[in-house]
Design a protein around this ligand. Structure first.
Ligand code: PXP
Length: 248
């Protein structure tokens, strides 16, 4: 496992945020996804939120039809989303908690507290061939519950680590990293594939990329912002370079 090439999933939600700010047709998330693919992204992630604040249903249709790399369909575990997933059958589904008033996905999913419902929820998705991922914190009980319900993947929430790093609280960021490392080890020992993401940037990605059990990072907001300066392809290539360097 160690040394295996770490995959990069590029989240293109905020291309849609910019588009929707003017109610126009551009910038087009599909075009961004195709540029990401050409720049070496291993997958595309898009979050269809209940309020459709960025990605819309038509974007998901266009991504499914247009990209040549796997689509990771991020959503809340609602009946509405289940119906869309079963129609589209994306490669992967990442279940996240969602609150209307939040600016972004602020915490992890409470799998342990909602185990029976989530087990039932993911069964048809698994049967449809989707790799189901739970976006969770590093608490062992959430990881263990994800394994029990039959998820293939856990994505560990790196948002708290990223915030601590950005605030210069480096000792606390290190402690959070240690907990993420422990979580990744536990998850892999239970047979779960481990992903990580949220708030990752050029400056904070290396220690997360270096966790040997982590197989994929999902990165969005920073890359779309950086694309303003560098262009999307070069912004992704630089992230790729830093990930590979950290991986050794
Ligand atoms: N992974 C998940 C599950 C997310 O919800 C998000 C944000 O949509 C990301 C990764 C990417 O986070 P960011 O946009 O901060 O890079």
């Amino acid at each position: 496992m160690a040394g295996e090439r770490l995959r990069l999933g590029v989240n293109i939600d905020h291309v849609a945020t910019v588009r929707n700010a003017r109610g126009s047709a551009w910038p087009d998330p599909l075009r961004a996804a195709l540029l990401a693919e050409a720049a070496g992204a291993d997958g595309i992630t898009a979050h269809l939120r209940e309020d459709r604040r960025h990605i819309r249903d038509s974007d998901m249709d266009a991504l499914m039809a247009g990209i040549g790399i796997p689509l990771n369909f991020e959503c809340a575990a609602t009946d509405e989303m289940k119906a869309i997933i079963l129609r589209l059958k994306p490669h992967a589904v990442c279940l996240v908690p969602e609150r209307r008033e939040e600016r972004t996905t602020e915490g992890g999913l409470d799998v342990a507290g909602d185990e029976a419902r989530l087990r039932d929820y993911i069964t048809p998705l698994r049967e449809a061939g989707c790799r189901v991922s739970m976006f969770i914190g590093h608490a062992p009980r959430q990881i263990e519950a994800s394994a029990r319900i039959g998820a293939a993947v856990v994505e560990l929430h790196t948002g708290h680590y990223s915030d601590l790093h950005a605030e210069g609280r480096l000792a606390e960021a290190d402690a959070e990293l240690a907990a993420l490392r422990e979580g990744a080890r536990l998850a892999a020992s239970l047979g779960l594939e481990v992903h990580a993401g949220h708030g990752l940037t050029y400056d904070n990605v290396a220690p997360v990329a270096a966790i040997p059990e982590v197989r994929e990072l999902n990165i969005g907001h920073f890359l779309i912002g950086e694309a303003i300066y560098l262009g999307l392809g070069p912004a992704i290539e630089e992230m790729r370079r830093r990930m590979d360097e950290a991986r050794g």
